[in-house]
Design a protein around this ligand. Structure first.
Ligand code: ADP
Ligand code: ZN
Length: 438
């Protein structure tokens, strides 16, 4: 497809860097003005003696304190409202993966802006009227379902709100309606392949799928490739978080070289989580986002805890909205074992590269006497499980060796039968920490 054919919002998607910067500055002034109607920010502006009309450039933005998860949890969510309560037409809430859930409010215009962002993401990857889109992700309070739903309807595709779980039904729906595009959590996409197998079906041969949007949880490049291979599709990484609307904040284009963050709607800063200073382009740090378009509940300098970097240089697609790398995880996903810092994604990278490894894995952290142990449970393919035990032993050894060179400690590796690790319909639970407080 010629690149000029895939703009949903040509004007915004073809802005130059200079145009993006001046638009951001203009919108920043507007959003600061809107924030002064929110009880929380009014208080902060007063305490910190910030005069929104005197914020003149991005450096001045640094004078505004960060907003973080705790702040959103500790203050009543209505304190962040910048419009009268009657203007709010919807709320969503975080999944509460790392603690008490946070509530986000949307006005009609916020919902429309969000749908437009999702429409861009889908359209740039070739979704068109006539496609059949199956939204296999949680509806309700979780933003993944309704967020994509409104974007898909805006593009004008037939949208099947199948929601999460109910695997056999998902496959039946795909086949009955000829689903071409689906939105799915990557760990679930892999688990679903086992159900295809049980039903005697091959996702490549027995569905019309050509595009998968995968996101909502960290996953490795090898995981993407595995999904693409099994389903015979292009899979695109989708990033978002409830506090910033939900999905659609950053998204891969057809080049799959990082996710474009829609900078007409957000200001991106990447900071060192320790010093809180901005890091140079290309260096990993915590993503900090400021909403530029949200009128109901604007949030300034939000510390996402998500670790990633800005990819230097221009994307071959021509869009100048900066790209972020794959998200390594949240800063709180990292665990420390025997003094070594480990991200679950490092383990996944090793596993997904290894032939014979099945669809699921889980890391268990245990305390045996005074010793800490890390045990990696790995499901293996049915063929291998029922095959020659020496091949299983060889696989176990190979995984242990590869993990040792990747994370610099040698975990216990236990191979288990496909389907024996508890399945999750939502985000996968990758780490079970049974160490307790010591
Ligand atoms: P909760 O914070 O309770 O899980 P959300 O559903 O809003 O609630 O989750 C947003 C978080 O999910 C992000 O902050 C990020 O950690 C993770 N996430 C979302 N999309 C991706 C992605 N494509 N890659 C990695 N992590 C992601
Ligand atoms: Zn691009």
């Amino acid at each position: 497809m010629a690149p000029e054919d895939n703009y949903w919002n040509r004007r915004m998607e073809t802005l130059s860097r200079e145009e993006i910067s001046s638009l951001q500055l203009k919108k920043l002034r507007g959003i600061l003005e809107i924030c002064s109607h929110s009880p929380y920010y009014r208080r902060i502006f007063k305490e910190e003696k910030i005069d929104p009309s005197r914020i003149e450039d991005f450096d001045d933005l640094r004078r505004i304190p960060f907003t973080d998860k705790n702040i959103l949890r500790e203050n009543p969510s209505t304190d962040f409202l910048a419009v009268p309560r009657e203007e709010i037409i919807r709320l969503h809430s975080t999944s509460g993966t790392t603690g008490q859930a946070i509530v986000i409010y949307y006005t009609r215009s916020d919902i429309q802006t969000w749908a437009e962002m999702i429409a861009r993401c889908m359209y740039m990857n070739g979704v068109r009227r006539g496609d059949v889109f199956q939204n296999m992700i949680g509806y309700g309070l979780f933003t993944g379902g309704l967020g994509f739903h409104y974007g898909a309807e805006l593009v004008g595709v037939l949208t099947i709100p199948s929601g999460a779980g109910n695997s056999r039904r998902q496959i039946q729906l795909m086949r009955e309606h000829g689903t071409t595009v689906a939105h799915v959590i990557p760990s679930y996409a892999l688990l679903l392949t086992e159900v295809f197998e049980e039903m005697g079906l091959d996702p490549r041969e027995d569905t019309n799928l050509r595009i998968l949007f995968i996101g909502a949880e960290p996953h490795s490049e090898d995981m993407r490739q595995r999904i693409e291979e099994i389903y015979g599709v292009d899979a695109y990484n989708s990033y978002g978080l409830t506090e910033m609307n939900g999905p659609g904040v950053a998204f891969e284009c057809p080049h799959k070289q990082g996710m474009h963050l829609w900078e007409d709607h957000y200001i991106l800063e990447v900071i060192d989580p320790q010093t809180l200073e901005r890091v140079p382009e290309g260096e990993e740090g915590e993503l900090v986002l400021t909403t530029l378009s949200r009128e109901g509940m604007p949030i300034l300098r939000y510390r996402t805890r998500d670790l990633a970097s800005v990819i230097p240089g221009e994307c071959p697609c021509g869009r100048k909205h900066r790209r972020i790398s794959r998200i390594k995880g949240r800063s709180d996903d990292m665990f420390i074992i025997k003094g070594v810092n480990v991200f679950p994604l490092q383990v996944e990278e090793v596993l997904m590269k290894t032939l014979g490894v099945g669809s699921n894995y889980q890391i268990h952290l245990e305390r045996v006497g005074v010793r800490e142990e890390m045990k990696v449970l790995v499901e293996v393919t049915g063929e291998l499980w029922h095959g020659n035990p020496s091949e299983l032993r060889a696989l176990q050894e190979r995984i242990r060796e590869n993990l040792r060179s990747a994370i610099l400690l040698t975990p216990l590796v236990e191979l288990v039968e496909a389907g024996s690790i508890t399945k999750s319909e939502g985000k996968a639970v990758r780490v079970v920490d049974k160490r307790g407080n010591f």
